[in-house]
Design a binder for this molecule. Structure first.
Ligand code: DGL
Length: 288
């Protein structure tokens, strides 16, 4: 059956926007790139701003919160959800895929941001020595070293990590242009680079960090490639939808974007613009 015929058999209630979830604003940097690469699709963004940051929370809590968000997005009609949050991808994605996806039906999909980043890094690092900056949750989960080891069978790679627990609060509070912020950013970048002189790639392993990339760059040598994840995730999603036409067909395409937050909409709209790069008008929801 070709895609045209298949389309006729898909019920409208089996179609919906692509869900994009983050603990707060960071996922908007990923959504920006996805919309730039795939502008025709519809998107439903959900930021759990009332309960973030997730970065220092336990596995149980992050799993529970992420599951509630995924539940909500599926109830709204999403067929495919991107966890645009490293902490949720590191701590909740696998459990959700293994324990929960079946409750929503065989055709529902949840994808994360770690795999696309890892695939790109393995292909593009010259030295094979990688630095990862992320939240405490992401770093402690060891997701990046484990995934890089798993997918880099043909080459020997080394991964050094450093957790930056101050960065998300500084970014969320819009305090990044202060001397205090520069102090923490310099301290953390140096703590990563001190671990190896051969690092040639630094992955910003938290979707909030692209907002401070220009400041991070000031404290790293020029030859180091500093990677934001948005473009990597967007390209990977584009290829995924090409490979899985039965999922692609279930994604509605009217170029419509809706924003949901668990915080007050005034606050969200004001700050989200900085992350998304254009005015945002959100709706408040409650997750439980
Ligand atoms: N943006 C999230 C990430 O990519 C983390 C932010 C948080 O700590 O809530 O890990």
């Amino acid at each position: 059956m070709n895609d045209g015929y298949l389309y006729l058999f898909i019920k409208e209630n089996d179609m919906g926007p692509i869900g994009v979830f983050d603990s707060g604003y960071g996922g908007l940097t990923v959504l920006r790139s996805i919309v730039d690469v795939l502008p025709n699709y519809d998107y439903l963004y959900l930021g759990d701003n009332a309960r973030n940051p997730y970065g220092s929370r336990s596995f149980e809590v992050i799993y529970q919160y992420t599951k509630e968000a995924v539940d909500y997005l599926f109830e709204q009609g999403c067929e495919l959800i991107i966890l645009a949050c490293n902490t949720a991808s590191a701590k909740a994605l696998r459990s959700i895929q293994q324990n929960d996806l079946h409750r929503w039906g065989a055709h529902k999909r949840v994808l994360g941001v770690i795999r696309p980043s890892v695939e790109y890094i393995i292909e593009n690092s010259q030295t094979g020595v990688i630095g990862v900056l992320g939240t405490e949750g992401t770093v402690k989960s060891q997701s990046y070293p484990l995934e890089i080891a798993k997918f880099s069978l043909k080459r020997n790679m080394e991964v050094f990590q450093h957790a930056c627990p101050m960065w998300v609060p500084l970014i969320e509070d819009q305090s990044i242009d202060t001397t205090g912020a520069a102090f923490f950013i310099k301290r953390d970048v140096e703590a990563l680079l001190e671990q190896s002189a051969n690092i040639d790639t630094i992955l910003l392993g938290c979707t909030h960090y692209p907002l401070i990339k220009p400041i991070i760059k000031q404290f790293a040598p020029d030859h180091i490639n500093i990677l934001s994840q948005g473009d990597l995730v967007a390209e990977s999603l584009k290829m995924y939808l090409k490979r899985h036409s039965s999922i692609d067909i279930e994604c509605t395409k009217k170029s419509h974007i809706k924003f949901l937050t668990t915080e007050s909409t005034n606050l969200f709209d004001e700050r989200a613009t900085q992350f998304f790069g254009e005015p945002v008008s959100s709706h408040q929801i409650v997750l439980d």
